[in-house]
Write a protein that binds this ligand. Structure first.
Ligand SMILES: [Ca+2]
Ligand SMILES: [Ca+2]
Length: 131
């Protein structure tokens, strides 16, 4: 996606635009998925904010955006909603889960501020004016 460094290792895959899709996090250089156990709108909120996509509209479960592959890094994610990264939310140790990829979690974000975010990434000066 080419976002600037400093963006948490988090991406949305297989959605209708860059602000929706299956949630994947990177750990040890490997992309993996998030289990839908206890997956809710507060967790989705953290994801949407982390990828500059405004607010969460829906938390999707049961591999709504298709099944991922590789490890399932996160399970039983318990965000309050104001965390800056999914990894800051309460969760079992990475990779510890009782899930299959049929339970991969996803999100749909509003995407409202994504235009501003893109401009920010293209023109840092414009971003500073907004900030
Ligand atoms: Ca949760
Ligand atoms: Ca679980």
């Amino acid at each position: 996606m080419g976002l600037s460094s400093g963006v948490p290792p988090l991406r949305l895959v297989n959605g209708t635009d860059r602000c929706s899709g299956r949630v994947e996090v990177q750990h040890d250089g490997q992309w993996g998925t998030v289990c839908d156990d206890d997956w809710d709108i507060r967790d989705a909120q953290v994801v949407c904010r982390a990828v500059d996509c405004g607010t969460a509209q829906t938390a999707k479960s049961s591999a709504y955006f298709g099944q991922g592959s590789g490890d399932i890094w996160l399970d039983d994610v318990a965000c309050v909603g104001n965390e800056t990264s999914l990894l800051h939310c309460r969760h079992p140790p990475l990779g510890e889960n009782n899930c299959g990829h049929g339970e991969d979690a996803g999100v749909v974000c509003s995407g409202i501020i994504s235009v501003v975010a893109v401009i920010c990434h293209l023109f840092l000066f414009v971003c500073m004016l907004y900030a």
